[in-house]
Structure formats: structure tokens, C-alpha cells
Write a protein that binds this ligand. Structure first.
Ligand SMILES: [Zn+2]
Length: 66
């Protein structure tokens, strides 16, 4: 029974065994490329709390007066 995983970079099936040295990647190359991508991604990561602001429109209504 060998568990197969998909290489996160190229999607090739990789045997999840001790001889698959770069698991879950299929090769050192994929691992390095993916790691590099991740690091670059990290440099320009956007704020995860980037939700649309729900500020209410400014209201000039004061208490009613006559
Ligand atoms: Zn790969």
C-alpha cells in the first residue's frame, strides 16, 4: 500500500514513501520553485482583513429642531 500525493507544484503523482525524498513534491526542483514562489508571495501578501469597509455614510442629521 503506497499512498500517492500530488506534487503541489506540478501536480504529478508522488509516492509518499521514504524514498520520495522531496515529498510532497516530485523533485527537488519543484520543491525549490514552489518554495520560492511562496516566499515571493509572502513579500507582497495582501492584508487578509481586506474586507470592504462598511463605514456608514456621513450623516449631518442632528436632533430635529424647528
Ligand atoms: Zn512536481
Amino acid at each position: 500500500m503506497v499512498k500517492m500525493v500530488a506534487c503541489p507544484h506540478c501536480g504529478r503523482p508522488v509516492e509518499w514513501t521514504e524514498i520520495s525524498r522531496w515529498r510532497p513534491f516530485c523533485s527537488e526542483r519543484c520543491r525549490l520553485i514552489d518554495l520560492g514562489d511562496w516566499i515571493e508571495e509572502n513579500h507582497r501578501i495582501s492584508d487578509p482583513t481586506d474586507a470592504p469597509s462598511e463605514d456608514p455614510p456621513p450623516s449631518e442629521d442632528g436632533p430635529p429642531h424647528h
